[in-house]
Write a protein that binds this ligand. Structure first.
Ligand SMILES: [Fe+2]
Length: 194
């Protein structure tokens, strides 16, 4: 036995963080093969939208000062990064100090600095495929929900501060009304629904 490198994120699990959790979606939203920081982790996103929202990863914050790089191997998408504001040294799930949307495509990479929660969205017609260097090291770690990642604040807010939604065939950003405040933004050229 030992470490099972493969995991898949189901529609049921993703309903935690979807803009429209009751909308129909594929049984599996994305597939993960975990090689850890040395062999790399591979993620493959399904295509399409769910209630208008493009297929995305669940999103998480790292535990501790860990950073991460994603290399885009196939397709096109958008990386969302957000850093929580701190009050009395405690990160606030519903107050975002800085939000960034970064359009990315095959051949490019995107850096997730320490402290920035992150997710990626497939906005293209093909599978979106990435490699990343986050530590998912067997035999005791979970390929599906690794120990270095904190998913709870994202679950609590039902997603990030903005959803990436298809409008007339192109991606736009739609604010998540559960967030109290987003202080600084860089939308990467995307428009935002008022
Ligand atoms: Fe990560």
């Amino acid at each position: 036995m030992g470490f099972e490198a493969y995991a898949a994120r189901s529609h049921e699990k993703m309903q935690d963080v979807l803009m429209h959790p009751d909308a129909d979606g594929p049984r599996i939203h994305y597939y993960m093969i975990r090689g850890g920081s040395k062999k790399r982790n591979i993620t493959i996103w399904e295509t399409g939208t769910i209630g208008g929202e493009y297929i995305k990863t669940y999103g998480h914050y790292h535990v501790g000062g860990l950073d991460e790089t994603y290399w885009i191997l196939e397709g096109e998408g958008i990386a969302l990064l957000q850093k929580r504001a701190e009050e009395n040294g405690e990160p606030q799930a519903d107050i975002i100090e800085e939000f960034r949307a970064v359009p990315v495509k095959a051949g490019e990479s995107v850096y997730m600095p320490p402290g920035y929660g992150h997710l990626l969205v497939n906005t293209g017609p093909t599978w979106f495929v990435t490699a990343d260097d986050s530590p998912v090291e067997g035999p005791d770690d979970s390929a599906s929900m690794p120990g270095h990642a904190d998913y709870e604040p994202v679950k609590q807010m039902r997603g990030f501060a903005y959803y990436v939604v298809e409008e007339k065939g192109a991606p736009i950003l739609v604010p998540n009304p559960r967030y109290k405040e987003v202080r600084h933004t860089d939308f990467g050229g995307l428009s935002v629904r008022a």
